[in-house]
Design a protein around this ligand. Structure first.
Ligand code: M6R
Length: 460
């Protein structure tokens, strides 16, 4: 047995071989994922299930501080101290075919176009029409406990954090529980007060993002209750959490997240509806939200059909040095996510602001060379949003609006179908994924592998 582990410092997932023992590989995990693939007379090791799926669907995910020795026909897992641990292989549900490009030029395009099916999957088997609510099997939160929650704090990074911002507003709106979202990467460094009446929710596509995992571990150490909203089944965050909701987006290969963002927001809508119906959300409102959720796949399909129009709009903005994204209340996280998408794959500098903040500073930037993308839903804030468009037009700023009806002050409007006000952010984000995609494509960028970025950030 090789006990290298106590002498290795930091975060790692390592695999080592020794010239004198060339029939085995010894692996160890601390913070970064290590997954064993259990094949027919072969054992495999990888940091992501995606690398194993073509060979086997039987996998064992190591825990932090765990090691394993693999030989061609056998494997053994044990702790740093050498005590054996029990590891039963799990079957990965994802098909090898999910990793093909399926006729698309990029994984990003494939994943954007998969969204109607992905949303259908996150809803499947969860809606309970009888009580106008949803069943979330893995939540591990009984109604009595749910009623005692006083606050909800959502933690995630990047796109998952943005999905968490929408999630917080869905929960606050439907369940009337004060909720907010914070980047997990900041939360873990600020010695936060951990409140026993707060429910913490960790959001992650990969379930392996180190900043999120470390925040979850710190919360658990302090006795907090933590749920996960995670895509990858059996990932570290899913296993550390006390319960949660799987997002069921299927494998997301492109470095930038699209379908997983959408599915995560839908998963939050389910959670908000569930908590709302335990608390004060009426049967009528429950029904209204369920009807809205059911409409989403077909409405996303409708948006995807406007791709050619979005492509020609993107061609006009592709040369921009910088872009501004604005949204108000529910629209603001949509603006944040759309600006992240654009900068990740096109490398155009982009900023997102609440529309209400324009006059407090960023208005100074507006001029013809700085286009603005504005989220303008048909809701109670429509007139306020239109006023912001007027302010921008008065400074000769170019405007691309994403709205439910053509906007007079905008140079271009991408019109999206209307759903319930609460669910509109889900739909309004989708054309802007295509906008970022076609802008980056027009600029000749490597869309699936943007510079300096990795799919899973498993290091600090
Ligand atoms: O796997 P996670 O959802 O935890 O990843 C979090 C972020 O690293 C991720 O969303 C990142 O921002 C993507 N590049 C977004 O496109």
């Amino acid at each position: 047995q090789v006990l290298v582990h106590p002498r290795v410092e930091g975060t790692y997932g390592i695999a080592v071989m020794h010239a004198d023992f060339n029939d085995r590989i010894v692996v160890a995990r601390n913070g970064s994922p290590v997954i064993l693939g259990i094949g027919e007379k072969e054992m495999l090791v990888a940091s992501d299930v995606a690398a194993l799926i073509a060979h086997t669907r039987q996998v064992v995910t190591l825990d932090d501080g765990e090691m394993a020795t693999l030989k061609a026909d056998d494997f053994r897992t044990y702790t740093v101290a050498g005590a054996s641990t029990t590891s039963t292989p799990e079957t990965v549900e994802w098909e090898a075919a999910s990793y093909d490009m399926g006729g698309h030029d990029t994984y990003m395009h494939k994943e954007i176009s998969e969204q109607p099916d992905a949303v259908d999957r996150v809803l499947r088997g969860r809606i309970d029409d009888r009580f106008s609510t949803v069943h979330l099997g893995g939540l591990n939160l009984d109604p009595r406990e749910a009623r005692t929650i006083r606050r909800i704090k959502i933690l995630g990074c990047g796109t998952s954090y943005h999905a968490g911002l929408i999630g917080a507003s869905l929960i606050e709106g439907m369940a009337r529980i004060p909720a907010d979202a914070e980047p997990a990467s900041e939360f873990r460094y600020r010695n936060p007060v951990v409140d026993p009446d707060t429910l913490y929710i960790a959001v992650s596509q990969s379930g392996e993002t180190y900043d999120v995992l470390a925040a979850v571990q710190e919360l658990k150490r302090k006795g907090a209750r933590v749920l996960g909203v995670v895509n990858v089944v059996g990932s570290a965050i899913a296993r550390e959490a006390d319960g949660g909701v799987y997002v069921h987006a299927g494998p997301e290969v492109c470095v930038v997240s699209t379908k997983c963002f959408t599915n995560t927001v839908v998963a939050f809508a389910l959670l908000a509806l569930h908590l709302g119906r335990i608390r004060d959300l009426s049967v009528t409102d429950g029904k209204r939200i369920i009807e809205g959720l059911r409409k989403l796949p077909a409405q996303i399909e409708e948006i995807l059909k406007t791709e050619d129009e979005i492509k020609s709009i993107a061609a006009e903005y592709a040369g921009a040095q910088s872009m501004m994204f604005i949204g108000r209340v529910r629209g603001y996280p949509v603006a944040l996510e759309a600006s992240l998408k654009l900068k990740e794959i096109s490398y155009i500098h982009a900023e997102a602001y609440p529309a209400s903040e324009l006059k407090h500073g960023p208005l100074a930037l507006i001029e013809p060379a700085l286009p603005t993308v504005a989220i303008v839903p048909d809701d109670d804030l429509l007139e306020k949003n239109r006023a912001a468009l007027e302010e921008i037009k008065a400074r000769s700023g170019r405007i691309l609006a994403v709205a439910h009806q053509p906007q007079e002050k905008a140079d271009h409007t991408i019109v999206v179908p209307k759903n319930e006000d609460e669910l509109d952010p889900i739909l309004m984000g989708i054309p802007l994924q295509l906008f970022a995609y076609h802008t980056a494509l027009a600029m000749g960028r490597d869309i699936d592998k943007p510079r300096n970025l990795a799919k899973s950030v498993t290091v600090e």
